[in-house]
Design a protein around this ligand. Structure first.
Ligand code: PEP
Length: 235
């Protein structure tokens, strides 16, 4: 199966012009062994010209329309060609206070609408310092609550230890493999990605393992050259 490489631009770049340039750079990537998904901020979605990549959103609301100021619904995203959606990113959990219950509502709505869900889970440093058993317990709770009431959901899970995101300190790939297997034991059939300071230099350390189905890439996805290096690793 192809590796899934997801670019999470977060709240970047700072202008539509710069986003157009980045989309153009991404459009030049050649991938046959990887599937590329670009997740720009909402206002830039309509600027994408997805040919060699698919389009993803960074969030979604659980209702499909109505009086929910500031929110964005599945049908709106789909009308712009969006196929994937990231749900439960740790930055949303931290800055917007998203709980597992909110994550669960969003996952249900996105799956019901036919979007491909990339559910983010991962422990903070304090938990990880206690060891892998504690980290698995933390992730297990996020999975149980985030996927409550869903029977055999078909989705993508991104394992993103919070301490590894944007820190330049990626996980130990051996631990990532162990966690990927654990996640798959909890969500059968899930494609499991790793996210946390992935770059062109360390991508191979993760992607060479069959247990790791791809990567969720933040910072490095904003630098076309870096992102190309990650794709080249897979190819
Ligand atoms: C992310 O945004 O999900 C992420 C993994 O960021 P970074 O690659 O910058 O650590």
């Amino acid at each position: 199966m192809k590796k899934l490489i997801v670019a999470n631009w977060k709240m970047n770049p700072d202008s539509a012009q710069a986003a157009k340039q980045l989309f153009a750079d991404m459009g030049k990537l050649k991938a046959s062994k990887s599937e590329i998904v670009i997740c720009p901020p909402f206002p830039y979605l309509h600027l994408a010209k997805p040919k060699n990549y698919a389009l993803g959103a960074q969030d979604i609301f659980w209702e499909s329309k109505g009086a929910f100021t500031g929110e964005v619904a599945a049908p709106m995203l789909q009308s712009l060609g969006v196929q994937y959606v990231i749900i439960g990113h740790s930055e949303r959990r931290k800055w917007v206070g998203e709980t597992d219950e909110v994550v669960n509502r969003k996952v249900k709505a996105a799956l019901a609408a036919g979007l491909k869900v990339i559910l983010c889970v991962g422990e903070d440093a304090e938990v990880r310092d206690k060891g892998m058993t504690a980290a698995k317990r933390f992730v297990d709770k996020e999975l149980r609550e985030g996927l409550a009431d869903l029977k055999n959901p078909s989705l993508i899970v991104a394992y993103e230890p919070i301490w590894a995101i944007g820190s330049g300190r990626a996980d130990n790939p051996t631990d990532t493999v162990e966690m990927a297997e654990f996640i798959r034991s909890r969500v059968s059939g899930a494609r499991v990605l790793y996210g946390g300071s992935v770059n062109s230099g360390n991508a191979k350390d993760f992607l060479q393992h069959p247990e790791i189905d791809g990567a969720l890439v933040g910072g490095a996805s904003l630098r076309a050259y870096e992102f190309k290096g990650i794709i080249t690793t897979v190819e």
